[in-house]
Design a protein around this ligand. Sequence first.
Ligand code: ZN
Length: 117
Amino acid sequence: MDVQTLQVLQFLTHYGLHFLAPGLIAYVFFRKKWKKAWLLMALTILVDLDHLLADPIFDPSRCSIGFHPLHTWPAMLVYAVMLCFPKTRIVGLGLLFHMLTDYQDCIWNAYIRSLVL
Ligand SMILES: [Zn+2]
């Protein structure tokens, strides 16, 4: 498979996991209020506002995990604690899933870079 096709698949996987997968998670785990849960989890994309602190703001080859302040292990610990409270559970789950999504994107980047270099 050529690099361009891989990059299209990477893009579709990344944004599918950011916006569509939370719908599935919401439907499975929060059936009674799945639309609201989906919206809340999709809104966790706002955590990417921490990219505004970086220079350049957007760099497709950079791994967000461990780089941006809201994508670090201490932040993830806070998201994990949010799972313990019913009022913050959905957002905490959305944030942790966001981190997983960004992490799998880092693996794509490393793999594609290994093919190019
Ligand atoms: Zn992110």
